[in-house]
Structure formats: structure tokens, C-alpha cells
Design a protein. Structure first.
Lengths: 273, 286
């Protein structure tokens, strides 16, 4: 299947995105901010359709909106965590505006489907280079803030006392999440970003107890799911995004098994000696 | 030398005055029990010493310098609710996440950092349980790891916010003993906040009691008295001493409403009263 240029582009794009989404997702799950990640993807839809409307590549519109949204959520900080109604309304409103923008664009249906559910087979070489650039920026930024971010995630009050700015960490991290979201949306679409970013990381956090191996395993899961999804899509001619979500769900489900088995083992009544 | 001093300090949270006219000086090497009802300002007082709450007036000094954020001489243990119960990270990684945590870059420890982690784990006797996930540990074991975290960077002043919360009496005694032995062997100054007075009776040098917007620092005999506590609670308080234990009562008729024992009753129900001193509690309550 690698004899086709579009497949080579798809595999390269999927690899870049997976290697960014896995580690970023690890911290997202560790911090309990997965809903914020989900919200960013929806807000990105408005940006992408808006970019269509003014004739800019949707990737940049998506990126602009997710970064703005990430910084805004980070600045609002703790207060937002309790406001799921407000977040839900903003999400739906963003999708509504996205729909309106699409209404003014002629090639309605294909574009909408591609944005919502992704179309990795349509990724061209120029986009691969853009994804690579964005991915390097996101991972480099994550590398710079990783230590204080981990500290602030594990023990926020202690980190604050030791001089870490919790708000700065929240803003910087969500800006990085915004980059990863914009990237992942190119592969699986804004509605399914959750599966590529949160699925592998959540599975990794269930299977590992160390931070370093956990981050690497999250990246490995994401890569396996993205490439596996592509290969299965090639064989079956079903949508790639379906296969990626299916594999992600499968991996997460399997990650629950060891703990469930242990529990069943300890719950089983033992025969008297 | 003075480890912590407050001079005519007034502290406010969101415009509401929590404490006013606080004057105190805690000497190096002292073990101070910080007591008071919920919402009386214990946490605010600790956060002020950390430089996280700026005093509305007055001056706070830590080891001779004005209180400011990022003071490496202070070890701080926030209340346990800050630890997510579903965290599956190992205790060792949980402690390691704090080493040089304020520095930029990747959280790689290096040989020195690893030694520091092992040193603090050994100090609190948690080396053997550090490979287990935090979520799998009992409350008492988790407190050991939190204490290890506090010791990272060899601080001289420990500010411990309710380390006994939601522990049953036998684990409470274990944590108090551990802190006291660390305090003695490392020559630390400890400010230990708690709901209940009795677990700290044997180890604390003095008590800092807060309530009604005021604070009183002194020996147990000087502070745990009816006039002082009646002033701090703003209601008539009776102090009953029984078999080496002290009970603070609001109103002689209503003995069950032990003003700082609300957590105690929950424990009595949750755990079998098999511990020696919990029987004493029953006797006093009845």
C-alpha cells in the first residue's frame, strides 16, 4: 500500500500526529482536563469553517481558534472546572457558528464531513510539512514546561508555594493542547480527536506507574492505533477514522482487564486448607 | 533564632477578615500544634507564612526574612484532598515530581535527584511501599509519602495542614510519632494543624489556637483554659481533663457536640473501636 503517494503522506501525517497527541494526552489525563481538550476541538471547527470562508487553509483557522480557546480556558482557571453548563453552551454555539460558515461555502457536504470526521487520505505533502513543523513546536514547548507542569499537576498547592505559577502552567499547557488538537483534527476530525489524544493516554496511565514510561507508552499506543487504522482502512475500504476509534476503544478496554482480573481473583472464595 | 514571626498581622480572604492582631514568635526547633475549628483560619495562616496570602497589615518573617513565595526553607503539606484518589502513579514518582519541580525542562532527575528521593523515602520509612500506586495505599501510607515530599530539599520549617484528617486513631498516632521523630532528628521547626488536641498532647511544645478572628500562642496549660477558649470560640467553653486527655466542650448539656471532634465521630462509626484510646473517647462522650 506504500506504493501510493497518498498512503505515504497519510502514514507520515498519522505518525507525526500520534507522537504529539500521545504525550500531550498523557498530561491532559493526568491533570483531569480531558473535557477541556474535547471543548478545544469543537471550538476549532468554527475556526476551520471560518478559514474556508475567507479562503485560508482550514488548518490555520483551526489552529488559531484552538490556541485562542486554550489560552482563554487557561486564564479562567479553576472557575471553569465547575461550569460544565457554560462549557457545553459554548461548545454547541461554536458548532452552530461553524455550520453557519459552512452554509456560505459551496462545497458544503464533503468539507463538513472531512472537518468533523477527518480525511487523512486527502493529506498532501505540504500539509505533512506543516504538521511536522507544528508537531516539533508542540513537543519542544512541552519539553520546556514538563517539569513544572508535572509538579503543578501532582501537587498544585505545593507547586504554588514553591513559586510555580499555576495559571501560567494552565495557559501554556492548553496552548500546547491546542496545537495537538489542530494536528489530530487533520487525521480523525474534530469530533474524534478525543479518541486519539485521550484514549491512548488513559490506557497508558492504567498500565504504568512511572511518568517516563507512561508518556512513551501513550505515544506508542497512539502510533499503533493511527497506523493500524490506516492499514485496516486500506484493506477494508472503510473510513480510517472509524478504525482508529475502534482500535483506541479496544486498547482502552484491554487496559482495564488486568485490574478487573485481579479483583475477580481476590473476590473468589478460597477453599479451606 | 526565631523560625516564624507574625507582628500585628491581619489576614483577609476575599475581603473578609479572617484573623486580626496576630502577634507570635516561634523559635527554631519548636513543635507547635495549630488548632481551631473549621474555617477559623488555620490554612490561611499557613498560606500567609508561605507568602501565598499577603497580609492586609503587619509583617510576617520566616527565618529572619520577609515571607515570600518559593521559600526553599519551608516544607509544606497541603490538605490531603489535593491528591487525586484515582492517581495510579507510583509513590516514588509522586515524590520525584517535586524534586526541583519549579525548574523548567524535562523532569529527569539525574543521580543527585534520585539520591534525594531515596533519602526522603528512607527518612519516613516508605522505601518498601514506594513502588506501589498511590491509589492502592492506605491513608496512613499515603501520609508517609506526602511527608517524604515535604522533606525534599531539606527544609527547616515544616507547615503541615491537617495531616491527621480522615485517618483512624492508630494511624493518627503513627503520623504524629513520625513527625515528632523527624523534628527531633533533623532539628526542624514544625507547625502542625489539627482538629483534635489529644493526638498532639505528648509531642507539642506549645499550642497555637485560632478562632473568632484571633490567635493565642502558649503552653497547653496556658491556652487550653476556659477563659482563653471561650474568647476564641465566642461562646462559653468548658475544659475537661480526664486521664491525661483534654476535652473541649461547648455547653455542659450537649457533650456530644465536642467542638473539635466532629471528625472523630465519623471515625468511630467507620472503624471498629478496637484501639485503646478510642474507648477513652467513648467514655468521655457518654
Amino acid at each position: 500500500m506504500l506504493e501510493y503517494g497518498f498512503m505515504r503522506n497519510a502514514f507520515a501525517a498519522a505518525a507525526i500526529v500520534a507522537l504529539v497527541a500521545g504525550p500531550v494526552g498523557y498530561f491532559l489525563v493526568l491533570r483531569g482536563q480531558t473535557f477541556a481538550g474535547h471543548a478545544l476541538a469543537h471550538i476549532g471547527f468554527t475556526g476551520a469553517t471560518g478559514a474556508f470562508l475567507i479562503g485560508v487553509a482550514p488548518l490555520w483557522g483551526l489552529l488559531g481558534m484552538t490556541v485562542a480557546g486554550g489560552v482563554a480556558i487557561g486564564l479562567m482557571g479553576e472557575r471553569l472546572a465547575q461550569r460544565d453548563v457554560a462549557i457545553g453552551l459554548v461548545l454547541a454555539l461554536a458548532l452552530g457558528f461553524g455550520l453557519l460558515f459552512l452554509h456560505f461555502v459551496t462545497s458544503y457536504a464533503t468539507q463538513a464531513t472531512a472537518l468533523l470526521f477527518g480525511n487523512v487520505l486527502a493529506v498532501d505533502q505540504a500539509t505533512v510539512w506543516s504538521l511536522l513543523g507544528l508537531g516539533i513546536v508542540a513537543l519542544a514547548a512541552l519539553g520546556v514546561i514538563a517539569r513544572p507542569l508535572l509538579f503543578a499537576s501532582l501537587q498544585p498547592e505545593l507547586a504554588e508555594a514553591k513559586g510555580v505559577s499555576l495559571r501560567l502552567m494552565a495557559v501554556l499547557f492548553l496552548a500546547i493542547v491546542a496545537f495537538a488538537t489542530a494536528e489530530a483534527a487533520q487525521i480523525v476530525g474534530v469530533l474524534l480527536v478525543f479518541m486519539l489524544m485521550v484514549g491512548p493516554a488513559a490506557a497508558s496511565l492504567r498500565l504504568t506507574r512511572r511518568v517516563g514510561p507512561g508518556v512513551l507508552l501513550a505515544a506508542a499506543f497512539a502510533l499503533a492505533e493511527a497506523w493500524g487504522g490506516l492499514a485496516l482502512a486500506y484493506e477494508t475500504n472503510w473510513p480510517t477514522s472509524f478504525w482508529i476509534t475502534a482500535l483506541s476503544g479496544l486498547v482502552y478496554g484491554a487496559s482495564l482487564l488486568p485490574a478487573a482480573l485481579l479483583e475477580a481473583e481476590s473476590a473468589r472464595p478460597r477453599a479451606a486448607p | 533564632m526565631i523560625a516564624l514571626s507574625f507582628r500585628d498581622v491581619e489576614l483577609a480572604l476575599g475581603g473578609r477578615t479572617v484573623l486580626a492582631g496576630v502577634n507570635l514568635a516561634i523559635g527554631q526547633g519548636e513543635f507547635i500544634g495549630l488548632l481551631g475549628a473549621n474555617g477559623s483560619g488555620k490554612t490561611t495562616l499557613l498560606r500567609a507564612a508561605l507568602g501565598l496570602v499577603a497580609p492586609r497589615r503587619g509583617a510576617i518573617e520566616v527565618l529572619g526574612k520577609a515571607a515570600s513565595r518559593g521559600n526553599r526553607a519551608i516544607g509544606y503539606m497541603p490538605q490531603i484532598r489535593a491528591v487525586p484518589a484515582n492517581l495510579r502513579l507510583s509513590g516514588r514518582d509522586f515524590v520525584a515530581g517535586v524534586v526541583n519541580g519549579a525548574r523548567w525542562g524535562l523532569p529527569l532527575l539525574g543521580a543527585e535527584g534520585r539520591r534525594e528521593v531515596e533519602r526522603v523515602l528512607e527518612r519516613v520509612g516508605a522505601t518498601a511501599l514506594a513502588h506501589r500506586a498511590l491509589a492502592e495505599l492506605s491513608g496512613g501510607e499515603r501520609q508517609r509519602l506526602l511527608l517524604a515530599q515535604v522533606l525534599v530539599g531539606s527544609p527547616q520549617l515544616l507547615l503541615l495542614d491537617e495531616p491527621l484528617m480522615s485517618l483512624d486513631p492508630s494511624h493518627q498516632a503513627g503520623v504524629v510519632e513520625l513527625v515528632a521523630s523527624l523534628q527531633r532528628s533533623l532539628g526542624l521547626t514544625v507547625l502542625f494543624s489539627a482538629h483534635e488536641l489529644n493526638p498532639l498532647l505528648g509531642v507539642m511544645d506549645r499550642v497555637l489556637y485560632v478562632g473568632n478572628g484571633q490567635a493565642a500562642l502558649g503552653t497547653v496549660d496556658a491556652v487550653i483554659t476556659e477563659p482563653v477558649l471561650s474568647r476564641l470560640y465566642g461562646t462559653r467553653i468548658e475544659v475537661v481533663r480526664l486521664g491525661g486527655r483534654i476535652f473541649v466542650m461547648a455547653g455542659a448539656q450537649d457533650m456530644a457536640r465536642d467542638t473539635h471532634g466532629c471528625g472523630e465521630h465519623a471515625h468511630e462509626q467507620a472503624h471498629e473501636p478496637s484501639h485503646d484510646h478510642s474507648h477513652g473517647e467513648h467514655a468521655a462522650d457518654a
